[in-house]
Ligand binder design. Sequence first.
Ligand code: ZN
Length: 132
Amino acid sequence: MPLTVPQPALTQAVTPAESRIVTASLRGARIPIECPTWCTISHAAVDLAHIEDLEHEGTPVSIRIGCEERVMQVSLNQWPFSRQPEPHLAVEATYDSETEALPPAAALAFADQLAAHADTIRRLAATLGGAA
Ligand SMILES: [Zn+2]
């Protein structure tokens, strides 16, 4: 039986110039897929049962606070064959928390919120500096 691979919506933000064709494995069949250049997943290494399970993910970046190593982890993420195929920023506040999927405008608002929070932390640290 030939495989039919659904294509992502035309509203997908990744342009062909920012992607490449790689091989994925779907129920044992090797299929070509378009993969954004920021994706670090080896799609041929995992045999998928459903094309909707195909995920593109960029390198996760997080900060460390004390012994918590994965705080505020962010990465680019996309489920190109899902109902919401657009790339987004995946945000995980802590290792075991729910992942938030932020579209571009929400990701920028989140960055502004973090910058304001960093200013607060600096101000509080300066207050502590006087007490040390
Ligand atoms: Zn990929």
